[in-house]
Design a protein around this ligand. Sequence first.
Ligand code: ZN
Length: 310
Amino acid sequence: MRNVALIACLLWPAVVVAQQPQDFSKVQIKVTKVSGNIYMLEGQGGNIAASVGDDGIVIVDDEFAPLAPKIEMALHNLGITDKPVRFVLNTHFHGDHTGGNLPLATDGATIIAHDNVRKRLETGGPGGNGGSIQTQNPSQPKGALPIITFADDVTVHLNGEDIRALHFPAGHTDGDAVIFFPNNRVVHMGDDFVRYGFPFVDVASGGTVQGMAEACEKVAAQLPADVKVIPGHGALSNLDDLRAFARMLRETTAVVEKALADHKTLDEMKQEKILAPWQKWSGDFINTDAFIETIYNSLTGTQGKFIRHN
Ligand SMILES: [Zn+2]
């Protein structure tokens, strides 16, 4: 069931809207204390990180619009502050991470994201891995768009911490940011790091597997050994988990790269099951064949549509 729910929310809204409206009334928000004044919230959609303190609340990502009141209530119920969510940082534009932007902004929060998040939320359009995984992103109203955007990085100075969002190009999308909470030794990876198996890379929205691997490696290189890593989806993780994920991305990419050099077609790569040694990463959402397509399209570079952000 967990996987079915995950597929539904990852493919939101392509699958969900086309078939039936998703029922959020049963969704409960699980709150986990990660470290110091940082919390992780899980409901439906991408994981949320929250810095909760005397200055108010800063959150990273906001799941789906109907969950916003539950998210606000869960944060209030911590009993730490009566102040509202003041800032929302979006790790990327996908609807399962930005759906709450409109209601939270209406309640007074300021949305911050990479330049391309604003552009893609504004225009909407098709996404996917350039092959069998196809998504449709609706364009969002003005009130859901980030008010503050950045090209490389931005820092929010609240609750005694320099909360830093750092852009990594062409990973899960072309607008990804990783969010660091340095005092608390916590990082939120967005969907550049997920725990459901082979990752969805939105090649049609400027993502590449190589960029995702590079983001994971660069982040891992600057983290302390005891860091707590919040993945875009899945359980709270550690540095070893992040490194293992990056290694899998590099190894599988090398195999497809070699097959390309040997002039193999995409169909031949699938038939020969060239990623069989990584079968344990195959999931219901991105199975091995879908991941071969993803790497193939990332390497050949023909399917991605990058936005030049400046
Ligand atoms: Zn995503």
